[in-house]
Design a protein around this ligand. Structure first.
Ligand SMILES: Cc1cc2nc3c(=O)[nH]c(=O)nc-3n(C[C@H](O)[C@H](O)[C@H](O)COP(=O)(O)O)c2cc1C
Ligand SMILES: [Mn+2]
Length: 503
């Protein structure tokens, strides 16, 4: 892996060197205008944008840093996102080393584990400027109002740091923050999230710190669905190949990233709630206003000339598609460690991630597909998946046309569809009751006699000899083939993802 990206500035410089960043010198309004510009840029696979003069603020705004596969790979210092997954599986599947080379490789793996432990340092640039009391003013930042129906500006790319009051374990989560006034915001940690659990475990008040403007891997890690007791900064250090450096907060008993651009410090009280939202969200709809806790700021610390990071979510595909794809790839080894019969899985971007999961399995016994459906419905945040489609090992889960073919050809809806109930995403507006509703499983594997199938027919395949013959003679035929161009943004996304993810 390449040298770790130290901070947001280092990342901006890298993006610029790679021709992946455009500086926008014109004055642009964070109120709606930036959203429309970014929406067009993301859909066109365009560059990261550094708005140097957001209206009403002296802080530049960085957006679309994650908006393409190439930038996501640059962020992680890999050729393909699957390489990040491989780094995880290397450690998960660590065996006692056999020969010398194995020992050297083992040492590299151990280093990556050592790198994962965050390091406390005495001071950091994030505290070059410390604003406290009346000087705290969120109005200094170019916070975006993203969509016309949003009632206020929202901080959209925060790393929210809390500690479990019982165990002391740190948590870092990405929870949007609606600005209420100069010194307060809402804290949108949803019902299934760790930050909320920390808050619910306090008697009265929980200290909270919010880091804005991080190296891309640390920023990503705030969105990663780790088990509650695992510190997201550990994942960041492991994936970066260098520990996350932390300093003591200026006014809270929490440690904050030393190289963040901006840190907001404060607290959330147990019974201090207000109506948050509506907000144009990644569901593609405005999520309804509902009660969420209020975050009171006690300090705002910054680097000099701090850059404010932002992201827009909305109808897919948006920039967050790639944060989700990174999670999909990074967590595959962990999923396979628990459910080893899983070969691969795909969370379609157009399905807003939690709506649909396609999973391929090495089927070994009757009813196996159902076992895997229930495993998915019992696995971390994947448990919120509404629809699970199970296919056989040879099916490419990233090729939606192939998946639909098997879901059509191999499925008897009277026999192969599972309808059950379970927890659903906090933001899902479809179920009759919030948080719980139906689950759909589709078993698109080839069926066995024990599963009530008649003799299963053979799939059509050309013989290898004829394929080779035609390969050999192709030039002779004089036929020029161009891949057919189907259109539509979702098709394009699925195609580019397919190219990326094909092994
Ligand atoms: C751009 C973006 C915005 C998000 N906004 C929220 C949010 O407002 N509330 C929430 O609960 N989760 C939100 N998420 C998802 C969480 O960050 C994700 O579930 C993460 O795992 C939460 O951390 P936790 O598991 O430590 O709670 C967002 C994710 C992304 C990528
Ligand atoms: Mn967590």
């Amino acid at each position: 892996m390449a040298t770790p990206i130290k901070d947001l500035r280092d990342w901006i410089a890298l993006l610029e060197r790679e021709g992946e960043l455009v500086r926008v010198a014109a004055e642009v309004d964070p109120e709606l205008e930036i959203t429309e510009i970014v929406d067009r840029t993301v859909r066109a696979g365009g560059p990261a944008l550094l708005f140097e003069r957001p209206k009403g603020s002296t802080h530049p705004l960085l957006i679309n840093q994650f908006g393409t596969e190439r930038r996501m790979c640059l962020a992680f210092g890999v050729e393909r996102l699957d390489d990040v997954g491989r780094k995880v599986s290397d450690v998960l599947e660590m065996q006692p080393p056999q020969g010398l080379m194995d020992k050297v490789r083992g040492l590299q793996k151990l280093k990556s584990i050592a790198d994962s432990v965050p390091q406390t340092v005495r001071s950091g640039p994030v505290q070059e400027i410390v604003l406290q009391g009346d000087d705290v003013d969120l109005g200094l930042l170019p916070v975006q109002r993203c969509w016309p129906g949003d009632p206020a500006p929202f901080i959209t790319l925060p790393a929210v740091i809390t500690r479990d009051p019982r165990s002391g374990d740190r948590n870092v989560g990405m929870y949007r923050m609606q600005v209420i006034d100069r010194r307060t915001t809402f804290m949108h940690w949803q019902i299934h999230k760790d930050g909320r659990a920390d808050w619910l475990a306090t008697d009265g008040r929980i200290p909270v710190a919010v880091a804005l403007g991080l190296d891309p891997v640390t920023a990503y890690s705030a969105s990663a669905p780790l088990p509650k007791h695992v510190d997201e900064f550990m994942l960041a250090g492991f994936l970066r190949g260098a520990p996350v450096e932390l300093v003591k907060g200026a006014t809270v008993d929490l440690e904050v990233p030393a190289h963040a651009e901006i840190v907001l410090e404060g607290f959330v009280d147990k019974d201090d709630l207000g109506e948050e939202g509506p907000f144009g969200d990644h569901t593609g709809y405005y999520t309804a206003a509902e009660p969420f806790p209020v975050f009171h700021l006690t300090a705002m610390t910054m680097r000099r000339e701090a850059v404010y990071p932002s992201i827009v979510v909305g109808k897919p595909p948006q920039e967050d598609a790639w944060l989700g794809k990174a999670t999909e790839r990074i967590f595959l080894p962990a999923i396979r460690a628990t459910v080893p019969e899983i070969v691969d899985y795909d969370l379609p971007v157009a399905g807003a991630f939690h709506n649909c999961c396609i999973v391929s399995i090495r089927k070994a016994f009757p009813g196996h597909a159902r076992k895997v459906m229930h495993a998915i419905w019992g696995l971390g945040m994947l448990s919120l998946t509404k629809c699970v489609v199970v296919v056989d090992a040879h099916v490419d889960v990233h090729d939606y046309a192939q998946v639909l073919f098997y879901a059509g050809a191999n499925v008897d809806p009277a026999r192969d569809v599972v309808l059950t109930e379970g927890p659903l995403d906090h933001l899902d507006h479809a179920p009759e009751r919030q948080f719980v509703g139906g689950k759909l499983g589709i078993d698109a594997t080839a069926k066995w006699p024990e599963e009530g199938a008649r003799p299963w027919p053979e799939e059509i395949e050309m013989s290898p000899e004829i394929r080779e013959l035609v390969d050999r003679r192709w030039a002779e035929y004089g036929i020029q083939l161009v891949p057919s161009a189907r259109n539509g943004p979702i098709d394009q996304t699925s195609r580019s993802l397919r190219q990326l993810l094909r092994r």
